[in-house]
Structures are given as structure tokens and as C-alpha cells.
Design a binder for this molecule. Structure first.
Ligand code: FE2
Length: 460
């Protein structure tokens, strides 16, 4: 009898130990999708051949370089960017862009410029100017602090943005936070491919729409499925053609052979970008690159290790359910071994936060196929809720899986504030129609320097 009671208690304890008390939010965003904003919402700047669609991203491994990109719609020239430190406007420097353009079905792009400027000073405000005479346009950015273990830094996180009024709310809400210094973008940019013939004018419109943020602070790009633009029915056989012409990343600085997977260091973070839509099986270039990349991460220099990808590995929404599963199987053991802190994904148009779980024990015969709590595992965050034309993913699986801490079918963005080598504060902001609302918050403890258990209840 005593033995039976003990066994019952052990059984109950094991259930309790794996039950996080996950929460599905009562708040559900409107179910109908928004239309894309009209063509006139973000018109080109005035003036002949005026530069437009200006955007910047980190241009080297450590944050002393910037790639400045823009489009001149009619002529290849001018192809110069002039830049200078805020305090040294009598010491201007110039860089030449590399210019490209492409055709896609019946669309012909403008001239797309990419100029990489290097050897910038850390933590310094720079101005830059493109265009000439009456069409010159001036912008500015602040370089990150020098890479180091206790450097505070604040990232915004946005995914699946698109170009609807909801997209605009997300972007405006993000921009209202004056502390955020760079965006981790989780893939699916313009949703041009949701329009007839993948109307590439929608790529141009998206470039003009997001310029108000991305011309002033770097967005770190991840490739999503809406960047593939593979359309053999209209003779377009080259995957990622518009995206790779328009958005450059510093992949060679991390010895990558492709712009779809690469890494950067920024402040106290080492950020690894992976591609859900490039081969990742054993022996493929992405597989080999990640295998070599993870051991290179120096946590004493960059304590925080993040992975960005598009299709989530842990997500309990019925939309896109388990699309990320084969990539999880391929790479999850490495992420646990190397104690990745956080994995950010998009793709599913809702929000979800997991506990620290892993599912790496299974060997096809042992039956150990359920995720379990794991202090070495990342937290998985799905932030595919930018507000695009396809609407919200409002069909969660029931019951809520034990790995899921909090989930909500609405739009928004997230902010991650790294405080030091041990603590980071995270907030997910819901678009509550016209204002952002902090709907999920969490303290994350660094897996390398402070691998203690975080409070794992939904905190709303
Ligand atoms: Fe997607």
C-alpha cells in the first residue's frame, strides 16, 4: 500500500514537473485580414531620379561596418554615398555603391545600390547623404558599442511584416520605443508574391514604407518563404531573385557561402541567422557552416547567443504546424550543446513563447520522443505577427502543449533589452488597435553565465 502511494506520488510529481501552466490569451485579433496599403500611401520622393527605399544593415562581423542600400528609379548614377561623423562635418568621406537591377516577368527594377562603409567608430552618430543637388537626401545612424560581455543593448524583433495598415501599426509602435537600437527581422518582408504575377512594385512600395525606420537603424535580415518568389508558371525559375538583389548582408564576414545564413556580433550578442528554405541536411553548405560556426562563439566576449530563422521549431498553432520539424531534428542537438539562449522565428502569424525544452533523446527505437524541460535549451519565440495581408493565425491546437508558456492570436512586435552578461528583459507588445500594450514579459537568464531556471509562468 505504501509502495503504491509512493508510486502514485512520483507519477503526480512528474506530471506537475512538466506542467508549466501555459496560457492561451483571451485576446483575439480581428479575424479578417487587412488589405495592403494603397499605392499612393508611400509615394516616391519628389525630384528626378531621387533616391528611395533607403535601408541599412550591419556590414561586417563586429559592427564597425554598415551596408547602405537605396534605389535610383531612372538612372544608374549617382552611385555615391557621402558620410561623416556628427562632430566632423568638415571631414566627409565617400563610398561608391555596387549597382544591380533585375527583371521579373513584366517588371523591371530600378537601379539598386549597395555601398559598404567600414572602419566606423563605435558608439558614434554618423550622417549620410545620397542623391545630388535638389534630390539629395540625408539620414543618420548610431554605430553599436564595441563588442563586449556586459554591453547593454536593445533589439526590436519584427516578423512577417507585409504592408497593411496593421503592418504600419506594428512599425509605428516599434518606432515609438526610442531605446531600441536595431531590428532582428524574422523573414517575410513585402508579401509581393501575394499579388498577381508577384507584382514587384510591391517590393518597391515596401522599401518606401519601412524606410522611416530602416534608413536610421540596421535591420538584421532573415529569409522567409515570401522571399523565394519561385514562379515557373511565369518563367521565374531563380529562387530569391528580388530579395537577393534588394537586400545584402555581410555573409562573407562569417565565412558563409550564402546570404541566407550568416552571423554577426553586436554589443554583447552573437547572432546566427539560418535559412528555413535552403538545404540543411547533413553535408549541405548550411549544415557544414553551422557545425563550424557554433564552436567559434566566444561567450566570454558575447555571452548572448541568439538564432534567427523563419519557420518555428516549437509552435502549437495549426497554421504551418510542424513545418520547421525537419530542421529542428537536424540542428536542435547542436543548439542545446552550445547553450543557445533564444531562438526567434516568424512564419506563424501569431505570438508564442515556449519554456526551455529540448527533444533530442529520440533514436527511432527508444520511444523518447516527447520534449522535456532542459536548462541547456533555448527559449523559442514565435513573432510572426507583423500584421501582413494574410491575417492572423487564430487556430491554436488544443490542449495547449506543455512546452508552450504563452500564446496569443494577434499582431505586435517584441523588444529584448540586454542588461549585462546574465540578465535580459523581454517584452512582447500587442497591437491593441492604435496603441501598443505589453502583453507578455519575461526575464531571460544567460545560459552560459547564469543558467538558473527562470519563472516559467505566463506573465500578463
Ligand atoms: Fe512565412
Amino acid at each position: 500500500m505504501i509502495m503504491k502511494s509512493i508510486i502514485t506520488l512520483i507519477f503526480l510529481f512528474s506530471i506537475v514537473n512538466f506542467c508549466y501552466g501555459g496560457k492561451t490569451s483571451d485576446y483575439v485579433r480581428q479575424q479578417w485580414p487587412s488589405a495592403d496599403m494603397s499605392k499612393g500611401s508611400f509615394p516616391p520622393p519628389s525630384g528626378y531620379n531621387a533616391p528611395e527605399q533607403v535601408h541599412i544593415t550591419q556590414g561586417d562581423k563586429e559592427g564597425r561596418g554598415m551596408i547602405i542600400s537605396w534605389v535610383t528609379p531612372l538612372k544608374r548614377l549617382p552611385n555615391i554615398v557621402t558620410y561623416w561623423e556628427e562632430s566632423k562635418d568638415n571631414d566627409k568621406q565617400m563610398a561608391k555603391s555596387r549597382v544591380t537591377h533585375y527583371k521579373y516577368f513584366n517588371y523591371s527594377s530600378g537601379f539598386i545600390h549597395h555601398a559598404t562603409i567600414e572602419n566606423l567608430q563605435y558608439n558614434t552618430k554618423y550622417f549620410y547623404e545620397i542623391g545630388i543637388n535638389g534630390t539629395a537626401r540625408r539620414f543618420n545612424f548610431i554605430t553599436p558599442p564595441e563588442v563586449g560581455p556586459d554591453v547593454p543593448y536593445t533589439f526590436g524583433i519584427i516578423g512577417d511584416l507585409g504592408q497593411t495598415e496593421d503592418s504600419n501599426h506594428t512599425l509605428e509602435h516599434y518606432m515609438a520605443n526610442k531605446n531600441a537600437q536595431a531590428v532582428l527581422f524574422l523573414g517575410d518582408l513585402s508579401y509581393a508574391d501575394d499579388h498577381p504575377y508577384h507584382n514587384n512594385e510591391r517590393w518597391d512600395q515596401w522599401g518606401r514604407f519601412v524606410e522611416k525606420s530602416v534608413a536610421y537603424q540596421p535591420w538584421i535580415w532573415t529569409t522567409g518563404n515570401h522571399e523565394i518568389d519561385y514562379a515557373p508558371e511565369i518563367g521565374e525559375h531563380v529562387p530569391f531573385k528580388p530579395y537577393t538583389h534588394r537586400y545584402h548582408v555581410p555573409y562573407k564576414a562569417s565565412q558563409s557561402s550564402s546570404p541566407h545564413w550568416y552571423s554577426i556580433k553586436r554589443a554583447s550578442a552573437h547572432i546566427i541567422v539560418l535559412s528555413s528554405y535552403s538545404a540543411y541536411g547533413k553535408y549541405t553548405p548550411q549544415y557544414e557552416w553551422l557545425k563550424q560556426e557554433l564552436p567559434k562563439v566566444n561567450r566570454s566576449e558575447t555571452p548572448w547567443l541568439f538564432v534567427l530563422l523563419h519557420s518555428p521549431w516549437y509552435n502549437s498553432n495549426n497554421y504551418h504546424y510542424m513545418e520547421g520539424e525537419s530542421m529542428r531534428v537536424a540542428f536542435e542537438p547542436w543548439l542545446v550543446e552550445h547553450k543557445v539562449d533564444l531562438v526567434f522565428a516568424g512564419h506563424v502569424h501569431s505570438y508564442e513563447r515556449s519554456g526551455r525544452v529540448s527533444n533530442v533523446r529520440y533514436n527511432i527505437t527508444n520511444g523518447l520522443s516527447m520534449p522535456i524541460k532542459d536548462a541547456s535549451a533555448p527559449v523559442y519565440l514565435t513573432i510572426g505577427d507583423g500584421g501582413n495581408i494574410e491575417g492572423v493565425a487564430n487556430n491554436f491546437s488544443e490542449p495547449q502543449p506543455s512546452y508552450s508558456i504563452f500564446r496569443e492570436a494577434s499582431f505586435g512586435h517584441a523588444i529584448l533589452e540586454i542588461k549585462n552578461r546574465t540578465h535580459a528583459f523581454y517584452t512582447w507588445h500587442r497591437n491593441n488597435n492604435t496603441k501598443p500594450v505589453a502583453a507578455d514579459t519575461a526575464w531571460f537568464y544567460n545560459r552560459y553565465f547564469y543558467p538558473h531556471e527562470e519563472p516559467d509562468t505566463a506573465n500578463v
